[in-house]
Design a protein around this ligand. Structure first.
Ligand code: UN1
Length: 515
């Protein structure tokens, strides 16, 4: 970089990012890999951040073998002691928050504040996992037989494969890895090949802690490569759980491969999230929630707000307030705190954004705020686009699909039942919200007659879920739950135990078997 005004070089240095990396690590030395070279270019200014030799099948097999050996040792460490390791990871992340947040922002293109927020989510999940490491409890129940005790317990499940997406290059890995680690599992992480440097930085941080504690290699592994690594993982019966975050297209492939071998899959896929804006909504709050949901991370969150379902009586008012808010948006380098919107991840994303705009108009949509690619001064790469708003019908093909870009569709409703119908009438089921001051409406929205999504909010937007809740959604979103609440149960195998402490052997269901 000619003028490093945002201190990127210092951040890269403090995270140990070099010009060329190997694409595989078992937590000790980096393993020499011989795959194609992956180059990571920043969407912020188009400059090269670094290169990685991708992992291939031979490296993959070596890493799985090492992980397998590590599992037999890691699971013997008591869970609270595993929690102590995760506590140290959280502390190390606190020390690296500034640098890692900056790298995430620079490599992914989200605002620095969001990059720091993502690292904060990692710290929070570490804290959550530390507490959980003393609470991996099962139920006890009363046996129908005398002098019998029955209870259930949770055991580590084995190797957890984590496939993560570019949009949350570090946090989503930590939601999975920190929980898996306290559960006694070992992990193999395949990050998005669009954000390999952020993954390398995380692996270095975690490896330091593991080494300092004399933990054997293979507990936390990294494999950087393209979809072929994901395919190997999905088909491999040695990986007990595959937790995959990304598009519905990818998830269907992963789900089918894992299902064919009767493995366990945790899928967190596409969303098509809507906010219902009731005529009783507080419009000041509504505009903040809707605009942040639509343009935050340049519309590249799985929880991004894609549709606003607005009561007909306030439709024009909301429309003009949105227009006014969009006029004030500052687009440019996400490292500059004055800007609200950064670039899309790459040229391919820009093309999909442009295609969606052509299609919504072809289907009859009308521009409220017209989109377009931005170039010229202040736009140092070709990935900057204008957040756009279109009036559209929910039935449009393009509205039914998830476009990972800042495009917001507006539609009208008359009754709350109709609004809920529209909100649910898409293939995806991740996040949803209602802005209302009417108790009846909000309770209906949250009831079994209401939102069919995994996340349903009242008077906050669709994005920005906290780590303490279980995160995920229904229908084409894949059905998985990760992060908080009791999502840890996915990462363990459940065992029911019945113990007879008497001197007879009575059979269950009253069966007599005397001889
Ligand atoms: C994602 O986009 O895959 O709720 C995860 C949010 C974030 C997580 C998004 N905490 O917006």
């Amino acid at each position: 970089m000619s003028q490093d005004i945002f201190g990127i070089q210092a951040a890269l240095k403090s995270l140990g990012i070099k010009d060329l990396h190997q694409g595989a690590s078992t937590g000790m030395e980096w393993i020499k890999t011989s795959g194609d070279v992956i180059s990571s270019y920043s969407p912020v200014d188009g400059l090269l951040i670094g290169k990685v030799n991708a992992a291939k099948q031979d490296t993959y097999d070596a890493v799985v073998n090492i992980a397998n050996q590590a599992f037999s040792q890691w699971r013997q460490i008591p869970a609270p002691k595993r929690g102590e390791i995760v506590r140290q990871v959280g502390d190390r992340l606190r020390g690296k928050k500034e640098a890692l947040g900056k790298l995430v922002s620079y490599e992914m293109g989200k605002s620095l504040q969001e990059g720091l927020g993502e690292v904060q989510e990692m710290i929070d999940i570490c804290d959550f996992a530390v507490g959980l490491s003393r609470q991996l409890h099962g139920f006890t129940m009363h046996s129908e037989r005398p002098q019998h005790r029955m209870y259930e317990q949770y055991h580590p499940i084995g190797i957890v494969g984590i496939i993560s997406a570019f949009n949350f290059p570090v946090a989503v890995w930590s939601w999975n890895a920190m929980i898996a680690l306290i559960c006694g599992d070992v992990c193999i992480w395949k990050p998005s090949e669009k954000t390999p440097m952020s993954a390398i930085a995380c692996q270095q941080i975690l490896s330091e802690v593991l080494k300092e504690n004399n933990i054997p290699e293979g507990v936390s592994n990294l494999l950087i490569g393209d979809f072929r690594i994901g395919e190997l993982m999905s088909h491999d019966p040695r990986l007990s759980l595959i937790s995959a975050t990304g598009s519905t297209r990818m998830g269907k492939k992963v789900g089918a491969a894992v299902g064919a071998r009767l493995g366990r899959a945790l899928l967190e896929l596409g969303g098509n999230n809507a906010i219902i804006i009731s005529e009783t909504a507080d419009l000041k709050m509504t505009i903040i929630g809707a605009v942040f949901g639509a343009i935050g991370t340049a519309g590249q969150r799985c929880t991004s707000t894609r549709r606003l379902i607005i009561h007909e009586r306030i439709y024009e008012d909301v429309k003009s307030r949105l227009k006014e808010a969009y006029n004030q948006l500052k687009i440019g380098s996400p490292l500059d705190p004055a800007n609200h919107v950064g670039p899309l991840i790459d040229q391919n994303a820009v093309e999909l954004y442009l295609k969606a705009i052509v299609q919504v108009k072809k289907e009859g949509g009308k521009a409220v705020v017209e989109g377009g690619v931005l170039n010229g001064k202040g736009f140092q790469s070709a990935c900057y686009v204008k957040p756009a708003i279109y009036e559209a019908e929910n039935s449009f093909e393009i509205v039914q699909a998830e476009t990972f870009a800042p495009i917001l569709y507006l539609m009208k409703y008359t009754t709350i039942e109709e609004a809920i119908f529209i909100q649910n009438n898409v293939p995806q089921g991740l996040s949803s919200a209602i802005m209302t001051s009417n108790l009846r409406e909000s309770e209906l929205f949250l009831s079994h007659m209401g939102s069919d999504c995994g996340i349903a909010n009242v008077n906050i937007g669709t994005s920005g879920a906290e780590i303490g809740g279980a995160f995920g959604g229904e229908k084409e979103t894949g059905g998985g739950r990760e992060s908080g609440s009791d999502a840890w149960k996915y990462y363990m195998r459940r065992q029911t135990n019945t113990i007879n402490y008497g001197t007879d052997l009575p059979l269950a269901q009253g069966i007599q078997f005397g001889f």
